[in-house]
Design a protein around this ligand. Structure first.
Ligand code: SF4
Ligand code: SF4
Length: 124
């Protein structure tokens, strides 16, 4: 199994980490302007077009930046409850329960099973 996060769309809500039963995700800081990956935000298998380069998807920012639901959105750092960026550091452990796909408000998780079938976030 392979799991990655489309970094530009990740709000940092931490829902994925909270629901995953096998600890696939870790939250990382958003780095610096000079080095967006300074804190390991690109430590998963996201392809080049989905890597963190310091730019937030404008549509996702407009959708979530002013939502008050107890979770930080687009914060630089994680405070233990939210903030930062999600990184699928342990994708090979995924059991395809799909909990993260339902809970990912950024609609930005892609899972590929061992047969090559892709599963994308289905948050509505
Ligand atoms: S689908 Fe995989 S990565 Fe997502 S919550 Fe379930 S085990 Fe974790
Ligand atoms: S649930 Fe989605 S938007 Fe929220 S931190 Fe995880 S990958 Fe990012």
């Amino acid at each position: 199994m392979d799991v990655y996060v489309h970094k530009q769309k990740c709000t940092g809500c931490q829902h994925c980490k909270d629901v995953c039963p096998v600890a696939v995700f870790e939250m990382k800081g958003r780095g610096t302007t000079e080095n967006p990956d300074a804190e390991g935000a690109n430590g998963d298998t996201a392809p080049e077009e989905h890597k963190w380069k310091g730019v937030i998807d404008p549509a996702m920012k407009a959708k979530w930046e002013n939502v008050s639901d107890g979770h930080k959105h687009f914060a630089h750092d994680n405070d233990g409850t939210s903030g930062g960026l999600s990184v699928a550091v342990n994708g090979s452990a995924c059991i395809l329960c799909q909990a993260c796909l339902i809970e990912c408000e950024g609609e930005c998780i892609t899972i590929t099973d061992d047969n090559g079938t892709k599963y994308d976030s289905i948050y509505k």
